[in-house]
Design a protein around this ligand. Sequence first.
Ligand code: SF4
Length: 354
Amino acid sequence: MNFALVQRLAKTLSNLALRSEVRIMEVCGTHTVEFFRTGVRSLFPKELILVDGPGCPVCVTPNEYLDRAIEIGKTGAILTTFGDLLKVPSSYTSLAKEKAKGMRVEIVYSPMEALQLAEKNPNEKIVFLSVGFETTAPAEAVAILHAREKKLKNFFVLSGNKLTPPAVKALLDSKEVHIDGFILPGHVSAIVGSKPWEFVALDYGKPCVIAGFEDFDLLTATLKLTEMITKNEIVLENLYKRVVKKDGNTRAIEIMYRVFEKCSSHWRGIGTIPESGLAIRDEFFEYDAEKIFSVELPPVKVSSACRCGELLRGLISPPECPLFENACTPEEPIGPCMVSSEGPCAAYHRYYKM
Ligand code: SF4
């Protein structure tokens, strides 16, 4: 990327003169982190407020999901998961604490790795904890298709997958938080395309941009969106055309819906959103850990002091939670937002100095 151009954009942003407060939401957890890591966030004039949205899949996964995973682990099955989920508190414990006590929990880097573990260990039951958005669900669908092809009987998926546009719609419907414009997720849009986001401008009158993740992308997105807001240009602008097409990755979408179907899903802090989750189709029943392992769940318990819910709805920023860096730290997290690599509290803890 042209360094001189990035410098020019950075100067434009830091010199931006706004007559009144402008509030923009970055929906995606990777954007949350990249705004800090690249230093772009530090260039914001004080009138420009960046609000963190519900775009970290681990953060929006409710306690019930982990409670179920842990009950499944108690049956002797081997749980496989991305590392992010390990320290996230469930209602009473965490995967990391249970692993320390002897539960079989393995970190994997892809669902295919979990599938290979199942192939190598035909006498063990391997459960993949599938927590993600549209970006990861197609790969999980492929793993299930492979499991069927290979006639594996010991590979299961616990689907906690979610779809992001319905969550943004739910936030807009709630009218709880005032947002002037949205920076929409680049990775998710690479799969679903720009089309599913058109409602933000068309139905809710909010300008929005789809953005990539380099410093150039973040600067361009911020400047363009601010200009659209101040000029009242209510459109969706795809600024990540090198990756995002209008209809997305149609092959990935086709594979995803071959295995999964839309279902109601419970989001931490937001509640149940219709058609915002991905359930394994009945046709693939034998791979669905929720249906195969009939376990009894303990009553759901959420720390009353944890403010992850308000954070994920854009109502507060991490330092406004009284537990931030006090009772809640990455070593001893109270909520998932402090421990997920894309969590807003983890990002603030790492990069933000008050
Ligand atoms: S500091 Fe901890 S408890 Fe507070 S919102 Fe963040 S993760 Fe939740």
